[in-house]
Design a protein around this ligand. Structure first.
Ligand code: PMV
Length: 320
């Protein structure tokens, strides 16, 4: 066994969140924020998990497998399941060092699980099979997050831009954002995905005749956006992001803080902007040209405690 290091990217939902829950398509992209994981042999009869970000060390003993609990349980499960699938088990230390803000909807836990699985396979001298890496990360996510959609582990494994629809799987899009960036700005308000999804479904079930046409329109929007993405038509993409934000406001997941960020980005010259993910708090995403990036970031800085200016990353999980 040897020490290995792997990394995997964060994701951002570009189009279709919430509507995807009821069968419409959505688009997500890997971005240039990554989770880095080192796996190395350790003198323990289990898995030591150390987070540099949290300054936290936990031990998961093999003998107590049935009773594991802890803040970093999904990481231990990813490493354990990778070892189980290899039929080899020995004491390891997993060290996590992540650039991805946790609890932000950027898929931080999935990126860590993917990088952990990948590094564990490599530590035992095995070339990781990406399908297996994604599957194991998904299993680890399930233990902690209940019912993940599978998009976070897929994007973290394969990278790039992905269109997906519930029950139908994932289609990679041939999209590279050349000369444009994504600016992500935090509203500073924490979010709760489960709560927001519940609220939206309640609205839809109360007024189905009103909401169904909107869901249909949101699906059409994603199809149009996928086409424009592949054509590199950034102006249209920005406009479609604005329309998508309007739909998300209509179903009640925007907030005053998110609206301020969205409109500030547009006023400062973004091609388009919208809330991203579950809403109720969390982040907005703005599409900006390289020329306007500074202006948009400066304007958002007045309102947001945390801003990331990122690129779409074609690279998924990789060795380091
Ligand atoms: O904010 P996130 O990444 O947890 O996004 C949630 C996306 C939803 O469409 C609202 C829920 C889902 O499971 O797709």
């Amino acid at each position: 066994m040897q020490a290995t290091r792997s990394s995997a990217p964060a994701k951002v939902i570009l189009f279709g969140e919430h509507f995807v829950v009821e069968g419409q398509p959505a688009i997500a992209a890997a971005i240039s924020l990554r989770a880095h994981v080192t796996v190395e042999p350790a003198d323990t009869d289990g898995i030591l998990v150390y987070s540099k970000n949290l300054g936290l060390l936990e031990e998961y003993r093999f003998a107590e497998r049935g009773a594991w609990s802890g803040k970093m349980l999904s990481i231990a499960i990813a490493a354990y399941t990778a070892m189980e699938s290899l039929g080899r088990k020995s004491g390891v230390k997993v060290t996590v060092d992540s650039e991805i803000p946790p609890g932000s909807g950027m898929g931080s836990s999935a990126a860590v699980a993917v990088a952990t699985t990948h590094a564990t396979f490599r530590a035992f001298g095995e070339e990781p099979d990406l399908k297996e890496v994604s599957r194991i990360a998904f299993e680890a996510e399930k233990v902690v997050h209940g019912k993940p959609s599978g998009i976070d582990n897929t994007v973290a494994t394969y990278g790039g831009v992905i269109a997906y629809r519930k029950g139908e799987g994932f289609i990679p899009l041939k999209a590279e954002l050349n000369g444009v960036r994504l600016v992500l700005a935090d509203s500073g308000v924490p979010r709760n995905t489960g709560e927001m999804v519940k609220r939206v479904l309640e609205l839809k079930n109360t007024y189905p005749s009103v909401l169904e046409p909107l869901y249909h329109a949101a699906g059409r929007l994603v199809v149009e956006a996928a086409r424009r993405l592949e054509e590199g038509d950034y102006e249209s993409l920005g406009r479609l992001m604005n329309v998508n934000h309007g739909f998300l406001s209509a179903i009640g997941v925007s907030t005053l803080e998110l609206e301020k960020l969205v409109y500030t980005a547009r006023r400062a010259g973004a091609l388009g902007s919208k809330l991203t993910g579950a809403g109720g708090g969390g982040f907005i995403v703005a599409l900006v040209t390289a020329e306007k990036e500074k202006e948009v970031v400066e304007a958002l800085r007045q309102l947001s405690p945390r801003i990331f200016s990122v690129e779409i990353s074609s690279e998924g999980v990789r060795k380091e």
